[in-house]
Design a protein around this ligand. Structure first.
Ligand code: C2E
Ligand code: MG
Ligand code: MG
Ligand code: MG
Length: 278
């Protein structure tokens, strides 16, 4: 009996695992054929903390579905990394962001656009060439594109990371460290990297006014970033109180639903024009 029970447990486990695998494979196939046709980039403003005027935009992937919903990046980026699909998708994102920056500049709003680059993409694609090609194809100014990297990208292969960052810098591409505070960075090592911007993770910002622990973390990250000569951005700013706290504590820029939700480029341009007119 024991043996048979064990067998059925294993059989049950196998079906669950293999159906989950089949599901992932199906999704990967859908992503593969969707890359050049179905994905969209939305853009969220990153604003000066002092007066709320826009300093840059962050490009965020959206995968619209037939029923009008979106599959959020949290549900497909990891799969894209695991399957290598991130290389083709990431290439598409860089080119689409470059095209958007051209449109933005032509509309009279030459704001830089920041592109998220995942660790697999950072180490396995010729990122520098992809940025150079996109910049040239759309005739962008130096500084028109930025890169957002996470600590896991930088800590994995430090020497290669540093070299790629230096070459991006030579192209005029500024580099942000995204989701800062959630990883395990070695501070003394970070100091030697050519970073420009530090983005404080949303988890520390959400209750900064009421949670003394997060308030001290934010103060520490602001002082760390500024001591390294970096611009500091707070992510996930949703209330005027958070904005005021951050501005009062010297945070340079703020990003979050309070300042604007991620939206299609045409809507961002329309909002920039309305704000200018008022
Ligand atoms: P991230 O780079 O840290 O982007 C910020 C995320 O916070 C976005 O989620 C944005 O919509 C969300 N957000 C912005 N303001 C607020 C706010 O006030 N409150 C709350 N609750 N959320 C806010 P999203 O668009 O779902 O993207 C999630 C993550 O997926 C991104 O985090 C980034 O790591 C990744 N991602 C998005 N687009 C790309 C891409 O093109 N390439 C790669 N490799 N990763 C991407
Ligand atoms: Mg980001
Ligand atoms: Mg982030
Ligand atoms: Mg984040």
């Amino acid at each position: 009996h024991a043996a048979r029970d064990e067998g059925s447990v294993i059989a049950w486990f196998d079906t669950t695992v293999s159906s989950r695998l089949a599901e992932r494979l199906r999704l990967a196939g859908r992503i593969h054929s969707a890359i050049d046709t179905e994905f969209e980039l939305y853009y969220q403003p990153i604003c000066h903390a002092s007066d709320g005027t826009p300093a840059a935009l962050e490009a965020l992937l959206r995968w619209p579905q037939a029923d009008g919903s979106f599959i959020p990046p949290g549900e497909f980026i990891q799969l894209c990394e695991d399957t290598g699909l991130i290389l083709a998708l990431g290439r598409w994102v860089i080119r689409a962001a470059a095209q958007a920056q051209r449109r933005l500049a032509d509309a009279g709003w030459p704001l830089p656009i920041a592109v998220n680059v995942s660790a697999v993409q950072f180490f396995n694609s010729d990122l520098v060439a992809e940025f150079a090609r996109a910049t040239q194809e759309f005739g962008l100014e130096r500084g028109a594109l930025q890169v957002e990297l996470t600590e896991s990208s930088l800590m994995r292969k430090p020497a290669q990371a540093k070299q790629t960052m230096q070459r991006l810098h030579e192209q005029g591409v500024c580099i942000s460290l995204d989701d800062f505070g959630t990883g395990y960075s070695n501070m003394s090592y970070l100091q030697h990297l050519p970073l420009d911007i530090l983005k404080i993770d949303r988890s520390f910002v959400s209750d900064v006014e009421t949670n003394p622990r997060n308030a001290s973390i934010c103060r520490a990250l602001l002082s760390l970033g500024h001591s390294m000569g970096l611009t500091v951005i707070a992510e996930g700013v949703e209330t005027p109180g958070q904005h005021q706290w951050l501005a009062a504590h010297g945070c340079d820029q703020v990003q979050g639903y309070l300042l604007g939700r991620p939206s299609p480029l045409v809507e961002v341009i329309a909002r920039l024009e309305t704000a200018e007119a008022t």
